[in-house]
Design a protein around this ligand. Structure first.
Ligand SMILES: Cc1ncc(COP(=O)(O)O)c(C=O)c1O
Length: 373
């Protein structure tokens, strides 16, 4: 996998579409008979919509979820040759005056407040048609969606939905990855209570972690994102998902330090005795966060080598003193993310979450896609 590095690239990012598909299939089977969507916002969590969407569509996925209209257009383009009939939701609502573009591109708006519901209804009536949409009920997130007052008002005025085909009522979980939190059950109960007051339609509830709370959290459509890409949806248990990305970076230079000296910006790392320091061609401009400076390891030929000093814009330094000279040489590849360094481990070391590591994956990496046919 690592021998075909573009000789000009500082690092190679390998995306395994086969494991993305296997992760989706696992979740699909877990939620059946409910349906399983794929959340592909932020360029499929950094892995690349143009490749991820066709692979998932070929595996049978027929619902794709994004955050913004422009992302929905990219998903539509990717779906065209494989599954043009698939549905695409845009979570970020209905920007004023854009109703026609949603219809022209067969993108379902997620209507987040009564104003958007009124605008969609007026547009449907102006066309003399019934138009589909998803409607978001807020059950505790306090971000987007109809709050309690708006829910009361809508429940009392079902005619406000005339001209709208409610494809799904949806809500979103605040604490699904905290399995001892009462919040998920409370949101489920509030969602059920809301559904009982509204015209009957399908319902969408669980994100990745929500799926693992059991059948009574699946409703009609699950919306996993991070688990598709290998982030652990059950942080208190071993990861049931497969890793999907591998990042290997090139060693640019190896330096023997014979006297006490310092390494990198701020002279943040001090070498006290004989040591060997190697420099890698990846930095914070590639999404390898500055907060990872002096933390964690990379793997050289399967052996851990600690990251030392600060992360620079384009460079990382590692201590390879304990490694045989035969494996540490300029041009060889070292593992920054992969089987020895799962995304969640790198994230924990950097004080963040796997989502942020993935969605920050750099544009300078030479990308290779494998699997997924
Ligand atoms: C509304 C909504 N549904 C589903 C998801 C997918 O969540 P996850 O990546 O935790 O599975 C997200 C992600 O932020 C979201 O905002």
């Amino acid at each position: 996998m690592t021998s075909d590095l573009n000789p000009r690239a500082g690092a190679i990012l390998t995306v395994d579409l086969g494991t993305v598909v296997a992760n989706w299939t696992q979740l699909r089977d877990r939620v059946a008979p409910a349906d399983c969507a794929a959340v592909v916002k932020a360029d499929a969590y950094g892995l690349g919509v143009a490749r991820v969407v066709p692979a998932l569509a070929a595996a049978g996925c027929r619902t794709f979820v994004v955050a913004q209209f422009e992302e929905a257009l990219a998903v539509r383009r990717a779906l065209e040759p494989v599954a043009p009939e698939a549905q695409v939701f845009s979570l970020g609502g209905l920007p004023a005056g854009c109703e026609g573009e949603f219809i022209a591109n067969r993108i379902l708006p997620v209507l987040n407040h009564l104003g958007e519901i009124a605008a969609w209804r007026a547009f449907a009536q102006s066309r003399g048609e019934v138009l589909p949409a998803v409607i978001h009920i807020d059950t505790g997130m306090n971000r987007l969606g109809l709050g309690p007052d708006e829910l009361d008002a809508l429940a009392g005025h079902p005619e406000w939905l005339e001209g709208i085909e409610v494809r799904y009522w949806m809500t979103h979980l605040a604490c699904a990855d905290e399995f001892d939190s009462p919040m998920t059950g409370e949101q489920r109960d509030r969602f059920r209570a809301a559904l009982a007051r509204l015209p009957k339609a399908k319902a969408s509830f669980a994100n990745s972690s929500g799926i693992f709370h059991g059948k009574d959290h699946h409703f009609d459509l699950a919306r996993p994102g991070c688990a598709l890409y290998g982030v652990n949806p059950t942080p208190h248990l071993p990861n049931p998902m497969l890793g999907t990305v591998r990042l290997d970076a090139k060693l640019l230079q190896v330096r023997n330090c014979t006297v006490p000296m310092t390494v990198g910006y701020g002279a943040a790392h001090k070498v006290t005795g004989p040591a060997r320091i190697a420099t890698i061609g990846v930095g914070y401009a590639d999404g390898y966060m500055r907060s990872l400076g002096g933390k964690g390891h990379v793997f050289v030929d399967g052996v851990a080598a600690p990251i030392v000093g600060r992360i620079s814009m384009d460079l990382i330094t590692i201590d390879v003193t304990g490694l045989p000279e035969s494996v540490v040489h300029a041009g060889r590849l070292v593992e920054l993310i992969g089987p020895n360094r799962p995304v969640d481990t790198v994230a924990a070391e950097g004080g963040t979450i796997g989502y942020e590591i993935l969605t920050s994956l750099g544009r300078r990496y030479h990308r290779v896609y494998v699997g997924g046919e």
